[in-house]
Design a binder for this molecule. Sequence first.
Ligand code: GLN
Length: 535
Amino acid sequence: MTKYLIFTGGVVSSVGKGVTAAATGLLLKERGLRVTAQKLDPYINVDPGTMSPYQHGEVFVLDDGAETDLDLGHYERFIDIRLTRLSNFTSGQVYAEIIQKERRGDFLGGTIQVIPHITNEIKRRIRLLARESGAEVVIVEVGGTVGDIESQPFLEALRQFRNEVGRENIFFVHVTWLPYIGATGELKTKPTQHSVTALRSIGISPNMIIARSDYPIEDRIREKIALFCDVEKQAVIPMVTTDVLYEVPLLLETHGVGDYLVKRLGLNAPQKPDWGAWRELVRRVRQPKPILPIALVGKYVELHDAYMSVREALKHAALANDVEIKILWVHSAELEKGKGWDQIEQAHGILVPGGFGSRGIEGKIMAARYAREHRVPYLGLCLGMQLMCIEFARHVLGWEEAHSTEFERSTPYPIIDLMLEQRSITDLGGTMRLGLYPCVIQPGTKAAACYQASQVEERHRHRFEFNNTYRTAFEQAGMVFSGLSPDGKLVEIAEIVDHPFMLGSQFHPEFLSRPMHPHPLFMGFVGAAKEHAGI
Ligand code: GLN
């Protein structure tokens, strides 16, 4: 019998519900249980692929090419699993499916309603993941905050689901926020109480409350929440903000969450958790280390969530290299105006991440030029690889008008151009080259030194690619295409031969980095930056 662990959020958004759900998944995995996770997103977009990173943060890409919520990144990194498109769905997907069936006549003239048609489809998708994954525990995170109009059908579906799977097989965790009143120096539980009342009015009583706060939570507060919210005291979990993300599982374990869940869900846990490696990881994060400034030259730098996985991948590689990375957030459009260059000059590595649209493109090209000419380590991810090639064409080969046809359709040197199969596509959503593709590593290159493998698989999300017309010219001028698709037709990695480390990948390595297994390309980049800094 599959067990379901449902996470809802209360009081405010951004309380770390996704991280908490992911960390809880690890508690169970550490006990030898097969765990999977799913995020239900209440918005009407079919997937976040077409949404602005300003509104939604990063789009996380899975092996099968699903463009998903960034919480899936937390699940994969904490639990160290690979998820599929079954692990994320939106109201938009649910409605699209039901409306399509209605148009086909599947409902034989019936009136289509939120209950039961929409709620049935929601339940079907939860069950589908349970069946396909073969997991013993399915973690389901409901996006948004209890009380939102959008999330109501999800909560109603879960209320029904509870009766279908049996109360002993489902457990509701409500993650809330305790505001702190500075004048009296106290934490307030009232918003949590109200939020639980709102949840109850839908028919769901939480079994556990994880109370988040920036301040220590006294026992008295726990007792109060337990009393007012009708939850056992040991199921009120105080979660004080930590400066180390990867400490969250350890904190949850300290408060007995793992054992409590095993007991309450009647799970048969075959092993005891071994936290040695995680404790060591957290210890090393806290240990003072030399600071390594890295410039991240992007377009959405005000919103750090837009580069969530890049940031995490940098952290993983930094830890393995015994340094602490200080990210200097550089707005590429500012570089064009002559601003932000002090940051570039301070940096021992320059990273240009993925992106779309023409704003700030020239600034990123300027940053790539700086890295090449000053021999500063450079890592280009997707767009960052494309711009590194354009820069090379312009200033090494002397083709000043070189560009990508994404930004300049009539360029005489279309170094980066649409992939053939992309030319006839007009829809924006879900139509890129998405997901896992194999890449053959050319021996004797920096990529080969990083990977120590002859073939790898990496996740992609792009429409444009390096134009093969120019391959020979580039190679003669000092670039090596160190990663190619197995048929040799697509450039997957490019690097500059005579440079300490200037490498770009057409794929997104950041999606496969894990705290315990830093990504080889990030390792190479951080290692080179460390050397540049003389550490
Ligand atoms: N805009 C570029 C393309 O579509 C790069 C995409 C990206 O960086 N993810 O090819």
